[in-house]
Ligand binder design. Sequence first.
Ligand code: CTP
Length: 415
Amino acid sequence: MRIIVGVAGGIAAYKACHLVRNFKETGDEVRVIPTPSALNFVGAATFEALSGNPVNTSVFEGVDEVQHVRLGQEADAIVIAPATADLLARLAAGRADDLLSATVLVATCPVILSPAMHTEMWLNPATQANVELLRSRGMTVLEPASGRLTGVDSGPGRLPEPEQIADLARMVVAGGALPRDMVGRSLLVTAGGTQENLDPVRYLGNRSSGRQGFALAEVAAQRGARVRLIAGVTDALPVPAGVRVERVTSTAEMAAAVERHRAEADAIVMAAAVSDFRPARAAESKLKKGRDEGSLTAVPLVENPDILRATVLARERGEVPRGTVIAGFAAETGDAERSALEHGLAKLERKGCDLLMCNEVGVGKVFGERRNRGWLLRARPGESAAVEEVADASKHEVARAYLDALGAVTRPLQV
Ligand code: CTP
């Protein structure tokens, strides 16, 4: 892909260096176009060395090539990070007073803007109106993250991590601008694996990285949803912008967190790889070879609660609103009797939820990987389930398809 990384003049400009690296590492051809004021924060030499391409800021450099026209026409994507309030205003007004804005005006490829500024500037009606206008013209304007800004301030306005911007940008290039179709909706998502203590140093766990659940939460928040993420044990993943995260370790903690928040969500998506069993008793001190031989060679296990099934049953009892959509994942392997898909269809029925994504799992397949594939199974009352195949794609693209399918679920509010 030919990517233009635009950089506007804000303190977060230093993070653009990592964004350029991220695209270069996946083999993309990168051209950096800073605004003149961005060069107050990061020098042109840095961007030239990282991208391997010359860096200009004005249409009056390299005039013989008519740079803005060539760059705009040839780009497969333009990703601007950080986008300042001033740049958003200039783009909304259709101005072309530097190389970056002139190039955007020429381009017909996807444009992804990642704003970063002080909270007051972000929330200012002028900025919000510019964001609305740019979105209505088909550009993707990402929600900023919340957290520490320059100095001691904290609030929405932080630039998301470069890896998050790159993942979302690639998803937009593959599937088009991100719709804001989840505004006003509230989503509860579980992600990651659960761990069950055997003693203070050992545990039973699984290989889940949490990537698919984090991608779901991130894409839903970028589509405008209010998202709460109950995260079990995961790889070191950055918190998605606009998502409230609650950390848990064991299945019992995850079950309790879901129970606390389940009534406030319009949809609940359980992407967590929940440990089905736990040691019947967790030792209070470390089990020792000589002393506790028996406890180490045979560990009696007891079954954990099924959080998904319990939530469906709570909905049947009316403890969860009847209109709440409940969805999950099915990690399956084929065996002598049934294919992975057949196991998934049986699980959809057994669990009684509305949507299930069936993935074929195994060592090196899905868990910890950045890509996913499978089938989206949607329950239909009185009919067999609708099956939609999801081809191999990034976990963000899969998240997008999953949320589309979730939006297609309609539930009667009264039974
Ligand atoms: N799940 C859950 N609580 C459990 C086990 C699973 O909420 N104790 C949820 C998962 O988050 C997922 C779905 O149920 O959305 C299916 O998980 P999976 O591990 O595939 O299924 P299991 O119910 O464990 O069935 P089995 O191991 O028999 O295939």
